[in-house]
Design a protein around this ligand. Structure first.
Ligand SMILES: [Zn+2]
Length: 513
């Protein structure tokens, strides 16, 4: 039988043959290479290590003795997909014509490397993984898959898959391919690589860098993230966080907000729904069985009434506690301070405005987290307006109260806060006072249940990052996957980055062959 190696060599020569004097050199080069591929001269060539006794261990991928040449064996090892061997490798230009490299001449950067691969063992069903045997199969057309580039050169995998007849699942799917998922035209490791890149830079940058289109990179990223998510085990949901998120000024869709349900124990977002009404939350709750709902201990949300109404309106969730999370409670208190700061410095003439300029974030910062210079600045600000100083103190005390270890301590602390904010002439403080009164039961429940809150910060930060850059706010499913991936694989520390690069996605070839 004619080897595919010889075939490609001949094709290459035929193509170059049309180009006059260079053709002879090309033909000689092609013939020499074809012989080398067949392993005839591999031992006599001084630059090639000997077949045995050298540093190349006998390959485990060879099943038929020495039939596979050394070159093919090395290529198979580099290709690295279990159960598949490289039977041919050749260069090809953009028009699909085979190109042979000449000594001392570099190939054009656009020339790609094509690896022709064949199955070594029995074909397997791509649905259930059962070995199917070759009986009753149907041979399909030869196809190609984009793979990771090799030394900066684009690589394509070429194979001729078959359609198997699976006895176990009674279906006739295309056989399982070691490097790619069904219906994909890219290898898993290429998708993995693109997804990791897209996690720290815009999809457009990844597209330009890899010479692919934006849509291709986006699809590859989506496929890799979906595979990552599918390989994870779900943990039972106990503490739920409900949050409304603004999609940013730029977007012009029907819903300006989305609701995110998250697992408070892991900080991981679980679901994103359009809008922030009672119906949105009900939609999500409807996805859960009675048993799943029975396992839920607590809901933590901001002071948005529809969330409470949706949870309280569900008879299966009567046992679950509903609390307001400290993050939003402090945010509400800070609104009062911000409003007072505006009144004190910005509506009171140019001199005071000069004093108050640039203090917006300073007055929202907890005292314990300020530097000596910032404390001095705060003292100066409060000397101009003692009322703002008192408000700052009350909010600082409120932060402390929200950390109370039990319900009684919290009740006593809140009573103190309410006394200090009841002055009716101070409008921002009075509004805050009224809001605490209105939500008192859910704030006190916080003291009783103490939901884990630390991990939600990661979700909030990642949300800001994604939406500020305008990523994915049109496709909620993609946004959710991306958020989950970012929350589970934080890259803020050196160890985090190492883990992200190593384990962020499952090993691409884990389920090969
Ligand atoms: Zn099957």
């Amino acid at each position: 039988m004619e080897s595919p190696l010889e075939r490609s060599a001949e094709e290459g020569v035929a193509w170059h043959g049309a180009r006059g004097s260079r053709s002879i050199a090309v033909r000689l080069e092609g013939e020499r290479r074809a012989r080398l591929r067949l392993g005839e001269r591999s031992c006599t060539d001084p630059s090639t290590p000997p077949r045995c006794g050298g540093f190349l261990a006998p390959s485990s991928t060879t099943t038929r003795g020495d039939e596979m040449g050394q070159r093919a064996r090395i290529l198979t090892e580099i290709f690295g997909v279990r159960g598949w061997k490289v039977t041919d490798a050749f260069f090809e230009d953009e028009k699909g014509q085979v190109v042979f490299p000449l000594r001392d001449f570099a190939l054009m950067p656009s020339v790609r490397l094509v690896l022709r691969v064949e199955r070594q063992w029995l074909p397997r069903c791509s649905r259930c993984g059962t070995a199917c045997g070759v009986g009753g199969h149907e041979k399909l057309a030869t196809r190609r898959w984009a793979d990771l580039s090799w030394a900066g050169r684009p690589v394509q995998i070429e194979a001729t898959p078959i359609r198997v007849r699976c006895k176990k699942c009674q279906a006739a799917p295309v056989e399982r391919l070691g490097w790619s998922d069904p219906h994909q035209r890219q290898s898993r490791r290429l998708q993995h690589h693109l997804a990791l890149q897209a996690a720290s830079m815009p999809v457009l940058h990844v597209a330009v860098q890899s010479g692919l289109s934006w849509a291709t990179v986006r699809r590859a990223e989506g496929a890799a993230l979906a595979r990552w998510q599918a390989g994870r085990t779900a943990t039972p949901l106990r503490n739920v966080g409900l949050d409304e998120k603004w999609l940013g000024r730029r977007h012009k869709l029907v819903h300006k907000f989305v609701t995110i349900a998250s697992d408070l124990d892991t900080g991981e977002p679980l679901w994103i729904g359009p809008g922030r009404g009672e119906d949105t939350v009900k939609q999500w709750l409807a996805k859960h069985t009675k048993e799943q709902k029975a396992a839920i201990v607590l809901f933590a949300a901001d002071m948005h009434e529809p969330f409470r109404a949706a949870v309280r309106g569900d008879p299966d969730l009567a046992h679950a506690a509903f609390v307001h999370d400290p993050f939003h409670l402090v945010k509400r208190a800070n609104e009062a301070v911000t409003e007072m700061r505006r009144e004190a410095f910005f509506r009171a003439g140019p001199e005071l405005r000069a004093v108050g300029r640039g203090s917006r974030w300073l007055v929202l910062r907890a005292w314990e987290r300020t530097t000596p210079e910032q404390r001095e600045r705060l003292r100066v600000l409060f000397s101009y307006n003692p009322r703002l100083g008192r408000a700052y103190q009350v909010v600082d005390e409120y932060r402390e109260v929200l950390r109370a270890p039990d319900r009684d301590t919290m009740a006593a602390g809140l009573a103190r806060i309410l006394r200090r904010t009841q002055e009716r002439q101070n409008v921002p403080m009075r509004k805050w006072h009224d809001s605490i009164r209105a939500h008192l039961p859910a704030i006190l429940a916080l003291g009783e249940h103490r939901p884990p809150a630390g991990r939600i910060e990661a979700l909030n930060n990642n949300w800001e990052t994604l939406v500020r850059r305008g990523r994915g706010y049109r496709d909620h499913q993609y946004l959710l996957l991306k958020l989950r991936f970012m929350v589970v694989n934080p890259i803020r520390t050196e160890t985090g980055i190492k883990r992200f690069l190593a384990l962020g996605l499952p090993a691409p070839m884990k389920n090969a062959a």
